[in-house]
Design a protein around this ligand. Structure first.
Ligand code: S3P
Length: 179
């Protein structure tokens, strides 16, 4: 199955709550590749959690770290990389992903994203009086850009293993289309 990638990494993109980390980890197991979660790597590099980075240094500082960490991951051998929701919005990151990896957008609708993110409160962008409005804006702003990914898989309210299967099917199609 890995031959489909021709040695390239697989990068998962999509909004908060789309399932990038969970699906990415399982996908890595299936493909027998290492897994990296970019948000986690940023936290390790900073020695702080993402809310602390936002709080202490501001969002721009986080974005700079995010760009550097993803560039480093893309140069660290073949792996499955789950990115934070804003990463692909950076033009340099997008270009590097397009040059060096296969990108998959885990697309999810508003209701599913809200259902998932409501359960946890570690996301600074949603710590506002109206997280639903923020999420709607992010969908409007980001989905046209996420659509540039190599592949799109619809994340649905089903077990993650189903989505993993869909990703693998999409990868196989991608391979036959590019042959
Ligand atoms: C963000 C998404 C988060 C994290 C940060 C900012 C975003 O990652 O990088 O809170 O801009 O959408 P997840 O998409 O993994 O929640």
């Amino acid at each position: 199955m890995q031959h489909v990638l021709h040695g390239r990494s697989l990068v998962l993109i999509g909004l908060m709550g789309a399932g990038k980390t969970t699906v990415g980890r399982r996908l890595a197991q299936r493909l027998d590749l290492p897994f990296a979660d970019a948000d986690h790597e940023i936290e390790q590099a900073a020695g702080k959690t993402i809310p602390e980075i936002f709080e202490d240094y501001g969002e721009q500082h986080f974005r700079d770290g995010e760009r550097r960490v993803i560039a480093r991951l893309l140069e660290s051998g073949q792996q499955v990389i789950a990115t934070g929701g804003g990463a692909y919005m950076n033009e340099h990151t997008r270009q590097k992903i397009s040059d060096e990896a296969v990108s998959i957008w885990l697309r999810a609708d508003f209701d599913l994203l809200m259902k998932r993110v409501r359960r946890r409160s570690h996301r600074p962008l949603l710590q506002t009086a109206d997280p639903e409005a923020v999420m709607r804006n992010l969908i409007d702003e980001r989905y046209p850009v996420y659509a540039k990914a190599d592949l799109v898989v619809d994340s649905r309210d089903v077990p993650h293993s189903v989505i993993v299967k869909d990703v693998i099917a999409a990868l196989l199609n991608f391979e036959s289309a590019s042959r």
